[in-house]
Design a protein around this ligand. Structure first.
Ligand SMILES: NC(=O)C1=CN([C@@H]2O[C@H](COP(=O)(O)OP(=O)(O)OC[C@H]3O[C@@H](n4cnc5c(N)ncnc54)[C@H](O)[C@@H]3O)[C@@H](O)[C@H]2O)C=CC1
Ligand SMILES: N[C@@H](CC=O)C(=O)O
Ligand code: NA
Length: 433
């Protein structure tokens, strides 16, 4: 059996998991790949005392891996934008295949990297970059090839979902974030997780592969979970909804919606049951209907599972013809469309609104009249008499689906009323129709 030599750059959570699983399951993996996958180099800033690398040479210089002529596949697991880009382009320049788990890299520099790889006749594989261990890129690029995909919605950040799940059980945001960091789920800079940047990276990639549009991370709307309060989590539950942090991409005639934000989802929907570090991606294809992909979105060996699946794909190619099997974003470059990303004002959604009203006669009527003037139908309304405090009373409204522009104008008007105190809290809601 032929040998395919792999060099790992970055021996952190995912690098360590990849080394361990590749070593532990070497024989089984070789049986599937049809070649021996050998780790012949590892480079990372620091040696890990908790790992035994056996006879595999270790260095602190990642470019040693890229410049080693015996390495066939460079596995980029350092994270970040610029050095990772330099490393991957250098590997491509040296005729090596690349496997990466780096969604920031793919979402921001993917168009350039894929073009370089295409020219060089090598493969850049990135299954682990989206929804960790779930083989969702394989599903979307290969399994969904027959379909026009109309929308994709997913819980695509494990850390954020872990935090929201534990907050529902009464735990404090900061404690849970610390735990997610200790478990190796969070990004090096955890604001990427809590402010939705990481989810926006992944959504950008999913939308491109789903709709056949170039990667355009800079146009994604990004709102994280840092403003979600236990109060709104509890009240959404009372309305029959759960707050999840979703990435939503929808193809419309006018363009595409590309947005990441906390979202109310019906408690009865499967996606509402996805808790902890688990991720789920739901997509709607015109032929198959709705399908959902579920599993661990982060963690050492769960992510390594996706990294190694890519190594196996690439090794099969490396060991035989060198032909590229699947286009990078599922579509041939000449078949990609330049659909515009719509502004948030043009997005269509339902809304949960929490208004702090002064306890005066006629306030509810004024709120209802503003909503009606802006063409917003109310699905349900709750006035929390039991929470009347200092003459203020919370009013919680769930609307039907409307254009975000209408809701923005209605909120502006409500906030200008002397009967309304402070800002109106707004969380988008989805029923997946
Ligand atoms: N942790 C997880 O569950 C998941 C992580 N990812 C992605 O995988 C990649 C790696 O993530 P983790 O393993 O969690 O990060 P990590 O921080 O645990 O590991 C990165 C390793 O690379 C090394 N490194 C970084 N820059 C370097 C440089 N210039 N030279 C030498 N060594 C360098 C660091 O010292 C560290 O050991 C990131 O792109 C991340 O977004 C993707 C899916 C899940
Ligand atoms: N920090 C990310 C890791 C996987 O992509 C997450 O929490 O989902
Ligand atoms: Na994946």
């Amino acid at each position: 059996m032929k040998d395919v030599n792999v060099g790992i750059c970055g021996l952190g959570t995912v690098g360590g998991g990849t080394f361990n699983v590749l070593t532990r399951n070497a024989e089984l993996i070789a049986g599937r790949a049809g070649c021996n996958i050998r780790i012949t180099r590892v480079a990372s800033r620091r040696h890990r005392d908790d790992m035994d690398l056996g006879s595999v040479p270790f260095s602190t210089e990642i470019f040693d891996v890229v410049n080693d002529p015996s390495v066939d596949v460079v596995v980029e697991l350092i994270g970040g934008y610029e050095t990772a880009k330099e490393l991957v382009l250098a590997a491509i320049g040296n005729g090596k295949h690349v496997v990466t788990a780096n969604k920031a890299l793919v979402a921001v520099h993917g168009n350039e990297i894929f073009e370089a790889a295409e020219k060089a006749g090598v493969v850049v594989a990135y299954e682990a970059a989206v929804a960790g261990g779930i083989p969702v890129m394989k599903a979307i690029r290969e399994g969904m090839a027959a379909n026009r995909i109309d929308w994709i919605a997913g819980i695509i950040n494990g850390t954020g979902n872990y935090i929201l799940t534990e907050m529902r059980a009464g735990r404090a945001f900061a404690d849970v974030l610390k735990e997610a960091q200790d478990l190796g789920y969070a990004e090096a800079d955890p604001t990427f997780d809590v402010e939705g940047i990481d989810a926006a990276h992944k959504l950008t990639i999913l939308a491109s592969a789903g709709f056949g549009v170039p990667l355009q991370f800079d146009k994604a709307f990004t709102e994280g979970i840092s403003e979600v309060t236990p109060y709104d989590i509890a009240h959404a539950e009372q309305l029959g909804y759960r707050i999840k942090h979703l990435g939503i991409a929808r193809r419309r005639d006018e363009g595409i919606e590309l947005r990441v934000h906390p979202t109310l989802v019906p408690k009865s929907h499967l996606i509402a049951q996805v808790d902890g570090v688990l991720n789920a991606v739901l997509m709607d294809g015109d032929a198959v209907g709705q399908t959902m992909y579920y599993g661990p979105g982060a963690g050492a060996e769960a992510t390594a599972s996706a990294v190694i699946a890519d190594i196996v794909d690439v090794a099969r190619i490396s060991a035989s013809t060198g032909a590229l099997r699947v286009p990078y974003l599922g579509f041939r470059p000449e078949a990609m469309e330049n659909l515009d990303v719509l502004s948030m004002e043009e997005v269509q959604s339902a809304y949960y609104l929490r208004i702090t009203a002064l306890d005066r006669p006629g306030v509810l009527a004024k709120i209802a009249s503003i909503l009606s003037e802006h063409g917003i139908n109310i699905e349900s309304i709750m006035q929390k008499e039991s929470e009347l405090k200092d003459g203020r009373i919370p009013v919680i409204i769930l609307t039907h689906t409307v254009q975000e522009r209408q809701v923005n104008r209605a909120i502006e008007e409500m906030e200008s009323l002397s009967d309304i105190d402070g800002k109106v809290v707004r969380i988008r809601a989805e029923n997946f129709n």
